[in-house]
Design a protein around this ligand. Structure first.
Ligand code: KG4
Ligand code: ZN
Length: 340
């Protein structure tokens, strides 16, 4: 079964085609992506209007590229089973580009339309490939817009355990990066600088670390870094590296501690990481090592790095697991969509 996925919730324009042989055997036939990142790098953050304008020009070339790479561009109606599209959460102008394109294709090609929650897209990036993920699973989604901890007992039984009260983990990387003079998105650069940082120079707060709940808060960390930056007269490369190391350690230790508690409480057989921040190698290693050190028998799953950040293959895959089918007449973009 081939599913075409469309992703335009933020600044990326993605179209992908995945081939689902079974729940445990999903392969990518094509995964095309265009980004307006360079424009946002200059302004230090995403300007929604700019993102949507670029998406409306990238949409059709990216669609054609994905169909061509999958060998499906020959026929007027490609040999696919369904069209999956991100309908929320995200930026309204951006979502509309993908949703309206998907509705048009669904009507033209007479194919079912599957509206996909972007967060489930991140989650299901873990099912790409040949995987047999055992339940119950604990899933941590860490992206630019979200920090959410989920308990997954089956594909139909997913419970939200907790999330961020304010800034998402990726947002903290980006906002602190801006204080340090890094372009958007700052996560990858902070990771790079942190490699040369001294872990003992700055000990930033680990908010809500021991409150026994599954909620997170990262906005205080940004304020703590701001205070250090204001106190420091010259931000040398060393200072920058030390701050990066300190803030990255703070975020990772809170994420690891709360996630491990959830694994223990719910006797999880699997730990699933996803979202842009999960491409951070230090975070991946920290989870791997802590599972080993504590002798947890849960298996760790993390998508390959290019599938952690926004892409359409994860949306096509989530479309396969989504039970609710939409149709082109009734599907509408929902920027505020959360877990339902
Ligand atoms: O999942 P994603 O592509 O978009 C959202 O749905 O938000 O995540 C983007 C976020 C950005 O905040 C970016 O700074 C962060 O993921 N990110 C990283 C790394 N790579 C991307 N954060 C930390 N370390 C990284 N290596
Ligand atoms: Zn995302």
């Amino acid at each position: 079964m081939k599913i075409l996925g469309i992703e335009t919730s933020c600044d990326e324009t993605g179209v992908a085609i995945v081939d689902v042989k079974s729940e445990h055997d999903i392969s990518i036939l094509s995964n095309s992506l265009a980004t307006s990142m360079n424009f946002h790098a200059e302004t230090g953050g995403i300007i929604p209007e700019i993102a949507a304008r670029h998406q409306s020009t990238y949409m059709l070339p990216v669609l054609f590229d994905a169909l061509t790479k999958a060998g499906l561009a020959e026929n007027r109606t490609p040999d696919i089973h369904a069209i999956a599209v991100t309908y929320g959460p995200g930026l309204i102008g951006s979502l509309l580009v993908g949703v309206e394109t998907a509705k048009t294709l669904s009507y033209l090609w007479n194919k079912p339309l599957i509206p996909v929650n972007h967060l489930f897209g991140h989650l299901y990036a873990n099912w790409i490939g040949q995987k047999k993920i055992l339940f119950p699973a604990i899933a941590l989604i860490v992206s630019g817009g979200h920090t959410d901890l989920l308990l997954m007992k089956s594909h139909d039984d997913i419970t939200w355990l907790g999330g961020t009260r304010d800034d998402a983990a990726g947002e903290a990387f980006d906002k602190i990066g801006r204080l340090l003079g890094f372009p958007y998105p700052a996560g990858p650069l902070i990771e790079l600088f942190a490699k040369n940082g001294d872990p003992h120079k700055y000990t930033f707060p680990r908010p809500l670390m021991s409150n026994g709940l599954y909620d997170f808060s990262f906005s205080g960390l940004k304020t703590a870094v701001l205070r250090e930056v204001q106190k420091t007269h010259i931000i040398t490369e060393d200072v920058r590296a030390n701050i990066c190391r300190g803030m990255q350690d703070a975020i990772i230790s809170v994420l690891v501690k709360k996630t491990l508690r959830a694994i223990k409480t719910f006797h999880a057989k699997s730990l699933i990481l996803s979202g842009g921040v999960a491409s951070n190698q230090t975070l991946r290693t920290a989870f791997h090592d802590s599972l080993q050190e504590l002798n947890f028998s849960s298996t760790l799953y993390v998508p390959e790095k290019s599938l952690c950040t926004d892409n359409a293959a994860m949306i096509a895959t989530a479309g396969y697991f989504t039970k609710e089918q939409g149709d082109w007449k009734h599907t509408v973009a929902n920027p505020q969509l959360y877990f339902d």
